[in-house]
Design a protein around this ligand. Sequence first.
Ligand code: ZN
Length: 221
Amino acid sequence: MIKSPFVRNSRNPRQHERRDPRVPSPLTRAHLKRLLQLVQLSFAREWHPGTGGNFSVRDPLGSVWVSASGMHKGALGLRDFLAVSLENAQPLEPCYRKPSDETALHCAIYRRDPSARAVLHVHTPHTVAFLRKPLALSSNEMLKVFGLKTHDATIAIPVRDNDQDMQRLGQDIGPDLDMQLKVLVLAGHGVYAWGKDPDEAMYRIEALEYLCQLQLLNPSS
Ligand SMILES: [Zn+2]
């Protein structure tokens, strides 16, 4: 029988929290449970065609819990998250399953932005259709979701070329990438967003999708 870290932690979570990064902390468990609710929401919005999308939560001890590769997002559960090293994106213990192919990019985001506790990646259609290169969006109430104090401003959404080499993409999360907006679009692919918890990351995905939908509806705006 395969041991689950979620079962292993059940008797005395605080004891494990202090010494074993392969066991999710209570905060990580709470974030993962909330994340699963948000995944159901985004799945219902059809943002995960095929097995598209992946998700992660960073544990206070330094490990990262990443969704398993090849999972249908309508069936994702707690045990479908695997612990990997923040530093090298490799699994912390042998497992018959594989973490998401895009794990290296998740870990690169956490290393670059220590405030990030959750990273969400979805294939939002309006964002993918509209954002093919770095682009400015301005004067809309939704800009405040990206941390601005006013709607009367302009933000430049970072866009990178898509790449199947996630190690190379992770290296792109370097000093030249503007991390302020906590969002990154891969052209012709999807969007990554992060935040202090899963909800904050999802707000950014929703706001960006809305802004891109508006631009497609009214290109002159
Ligand atoms: Zn993707």
